[in-house]
Design a protein around this ligand. Structure first.
Ligand code: SF4
Length: 388
């Protein structure tokens, strides 16, 4: 929503030819949009109304804050002003008269039942409530292959998403789910079959009429064409959407594979369909955590296949990327050592240990731009810590 509002704000403000007037209201119900600071960046708190020395850079030269709004005249505003006075003096290491009066006022208000006046309710003041690990040492940790990837890439993102920090499905994600479902229902389908299935099931997305839905349909058509081209040259699907549940150390590795193809000589190849735009590089594919976890499940006998079936490798098949045709990024066979050890086994066990721990490290990576929890992430400007 914020991104949409920012786009609308940029369009609105870019219409001005000579003057731009931005107004906002602040009271107990409303507060000015943070976008106001984009028009006139805040300088120091002592800036007065129209004082003519805002220190505003370049293109914004000439812009002025014409109205200075004080704390709202209500209880919350009074508490905020008192806290501000207290903190300002405390930061200077000097508890002057203003700070003492502010402290007394806050104490009185707190006693009268104004919750915001009591320090224990202030953000950032409470101590850490628990440093205990999420799981005790003897507990099993359920791990899914896609989570192995998230945990390995950034443990903080995993922990916040696991606690509910996920965005609701966008239309393009629903489209991805639909394409996966079509691939499941027609594992050796021709282009005609897949198109017919897409026509039949398109209404499931329940998209309103308009250009976004027409654009999404064009994208869906291209995905289906690329899927058909892949299926035309693919190995026979011996399993489609099989589930597995295997134990790897303290990890219980559970998941579902899009497609398992016959690779001959008692071996199978795991296929994971991808409908997003970003394509992994060849190097990323070599140790792709999700593919590695799938191969581990095959080697551990977790699929309904003849005993002794080995993994011949795995591949990501991209049908939604910007490539003209479908793109394939392959991973060589896992080839575990005689004692069963492999890089994928280590990865899954490490992921389980991280998921059971008490601290989760934020690790900057190529997906930070689209991370749903970046506003709570201390390594991003919008999520940095704002209290001492
Ligand atoms: S923004 Fe990047 S570093 Fe921060 S939680 Fe998200 S993925 Fe991790």
């Amino acid at each position: 929503m914020l991104a949409d509002e920012l786009r609308a704000f940029v369009v609105a403000t870019s219409r001005a030819a000579r003057r731009l007037l931005v107004t906002a209201v602040e009271d107990s119900e409303d507060s000015p949009s943070v976008f106001c600071d984009l028009v006139v960046p805040p300088t120091d708190p002592g800036d007065g109304p129209g004082d003519g020395d805002d220190g505003i850079p370049g293109a914004l030269e000439g812009a002025r804050r014409h109205v200075q709004v004080g704390a709202p005249l209500d209880l919350r505003g009074l508490v905020a002003a008192a806290r501000s006075a207290l903190v300002a003096d405390a930061a200077r290491g000097d508890a002057g008269v203003a700070a003492r009066e502010a402290a007394r006022l806050l104490a009185d208000l707190g006693e009268q039942g104004v919750a915001e006046a009591r320090p224990e309710t202030w953000y950032g003041v409470a101590p850490v409530s628990s440093v205990a690990p999420l799981r005790s040492d003897d507990e099993t940790v359920t791990v899914s292959p896609s989570k192995v990837e998230t945990v390995t890439t950034c443990a903080l993102r995993w922990s916040l998403e696991a606690a509910g920090g996920t965005a609701p499905d966008a239309a393009h994600q629903s489209l991805g789910t639909l394409v996966h479902s079509i691939a499941e229902s027609a594992p050796s389908g021709s282009l005609t079959d897949l198109r017919a299935e897409l026509d039949r099931r398109w209404p499931e997305l329940a998209l309103p009429d308009g250009w976004p839905s027409r654009q999404l349909r064009r994208r869906a058509d291209r995905m289906v064409e690329k899927l058909a081209a892949y299926l035309a040259g693919a190995g026979e699907a011996v399993l489609v959407e099989p589930s597995f549940d295997v134990t790897v150390g303290r990890a219980r590795l559970r998941g579902t594979i899009d497609r398992v193809e016959d690779a001959g000589e008692g071996k199978v190849r795991v296929v994971d369909l991808k409908t997003g735009r970003r394509t992994a590089t060849k190097a990323e594919g070599t140790e792709h955590p999700q593919l590695g976890a799938y191969q581990l499940a095959v080697e551990a006998g977790g699929l309904d296949l003849p005993e002794g079936t080995r993994s011949a490798g795995a591949q990501l098949v991209y049908v939604g990327s910007t490539h003209v045709g479908h793109a394939v990024v392959a991973q060589p066979a896992l080839d575990p050592a005689p004692d069963g050890s492999s890089w994928a086994r280590d990865l899954v066990q490490d992921a389980a240990a991280t998921m059971a721990s008490s601290t989760f490290t934020a690790r900057q990576n190529g997906l930070c731009e689209v991370c749903p929890v970046r506003r709570s992430c201390p390594v991003q400007p919008e999520g940095r810590k704002v209290v001492a």
